[in-house]
Write a protein that binds this ligand. Sequence first.
Ligand SMILES: *[C@@H]1O[C@H](CO)[C@@H](O)[C@H](O)[C@H]1NC(C)=O
Length: 197
Amino acid sequence: MLPSLFVYAYLSISSAITLVNADAGKAIFLLAGQSNMAGRGGVVNDKWDGYVPPQSSPNPAILRLSADLNWQPATEPLHRDIDYFRACGVGPGMAFANSLLRQDSSVGTVGLVPCAVGGTNISEWARGGRLYNQLIRRAEAAVKGGGTVRGLLWYQGESDTVNREDAELYQRRLERFFDHVRHDLVLPALPIIQVIT
Ligand SMILES: *[C@@H]1O[C@H](CO)[C@@H](O)[C@H](O)[C@H]1NC(C)=O
């Protein structure tokens, strides 16, 4: 169900570390993109089958920021109140957080911030749009309770493969989006993990 991924990391860890809050708090990860990030694992005929694979199990050290900006124990479907026009199922967020904690339990508490919406194209994520504003607003709300945004997980692009022109403009639009997010969150070295399918 989780695709085999080439994970393409735009990392500049050294400068990111200087931005870590003194009160370490949560390690916060923003989840954005389209349906592959929102999660359609186990969705058949617009209904989720309820099956949670072991790598996506709940974990007391993993929280999610709800649509109304409260931290709660993270359970699938992570995007249920964000991508609410569609049936959501299992996505990559929980498996990522569990894997991170397995590799380094000193991470502490992982705070996942679901922001992905199915079917969206890169132009809809441009600065000033509803999705962009929601991403920034949720990221800012997430750090209020203590913690640092440690990364953006981005899984999007299929909607930009329909027209050749959009496909050709994709890289430029994507880089602009990443630049704007880093600038507006004042995290110039924010690690961005992008899935290339
Ligand atoms: C992106 O999606 C929006 C909303 O569905 C649509 O209006 C627009 O034409 C799409 N493509 C581009 C390149 O903006």
